[in-house]
Write a protein that binds this ligand. Structure first.
Ligand SMILES: Cc1cc2nc3c(=O)[nH]c(=O)nc-3n(C[C@H](O)[C@H](O)[C@H](O)COP(=O)(O)OP(=O)(O)OC[C@H]3O[C@@H](n4cnc5c(N)ncnc54)[C@H](O)[C@@H]3O)c2cc1C
Length: 191
């Protein structure tokens, strides 16, 4: 693991890996710490709406998702318990007309999207560490005159400390679900 690194991202899902790819391509020294060793199907994130597709295009990961098998759909039929099926089918939502140049929503299984994106981040030069749990973040004594803060990040695999599992970084990004509880932030010194 390169340490210190420019940016350390905790969470290598769609957001964390996309950001890591963009930053690494721009020349930043990036580390991603991801809890899972392989992405499980958690039944989420199967469909990316047009504005998400636009953002994927802007950070240049759209093709990565298409190469992984993503399909574009130019309209949505919104089935609902309160809307008769024939009414829903007669009134599709035209997702392909919402944004100029974006053909609709993009559909790909969440584990496959995450896998493709974290692999792209690694190819772009990001150091990806899988199986990370219990991340502890300790801020430095105080921000320096540029407003930067150095963090120490200790990772443990299960209950055993892992060799070389400490890194420092100027920028720490938590790309985590709100429910994630295995990250502790400890502030030391005169912040
Ligand atoms: C049932 C359901 C359906 C959804 N359907 C859609 C949909 O169709 N379209 C849509 O756009 N969004 C949908 N969402 C929201 C969707 O989950 C997010 O859009 C998307 O997954 C967000 O990506 P993310 O990278 O922010 O978070 P996640 O995909 O949750 O990625 C976070 C990553 O952080 C890792 N992690 C967690 N804790 C730690 C830790 N302590 N240390 C290291 N790594 C950690 C996880 O393993 C995970 O890989 C759905 C959500 C749910 C719950």
């Amino acid at each position: 693991m390169p340490t210190p690194c420019d940016v350390l991202i905790v969470g290598g899902g769609i957001a964390g890996s996309s950001l890591a790819t963009a930053l690494a391509r721009d020349g930043s020294n990036v580390v991603v710490l991801e809890a899972s060793r392989s992405f499980e199907d958690r039944v989420r994130g199967e469909s990316m709406l047009p504005w998400g597709v636009l953002e994927a295009r802007e950070v240049e990961v759209e093709q990565t998702l298409l190469d992984a098998g993503a399909r574009m759909t130019p309209q949505w039929v919104h089935y609902d318990a309160f809307v008769p099926t024939e009414v829903a089918r007669a009134n599709p939502i035209p997702t392909g007309m919402m944004l100029p140049g974006i053909g609709g929503s993009m559909n790909l299984r969440h584990p496959e999207a995450c896998s493709a994106l974290i692999d792209a981040a690694a190819r772009a030069g990001t150091c990806v560490v899988r199986g990370v749990t219990d991340v502890v973040v300790t801020a430095g004594t105080k921000p320096d005159h540029d407003g930067e803060v150095t963090f120490g990040v200790a990772t443990r695999f299960g209950s055993r400390p892992s060799p070389g599992s400490t890194a420092s970084t100027d920028v720490l990004i938590a790309a985590l679900p709100v429910s994630s509880s295995s990250m502790t932030i400890e502030v030391l010194g005169g912040m």
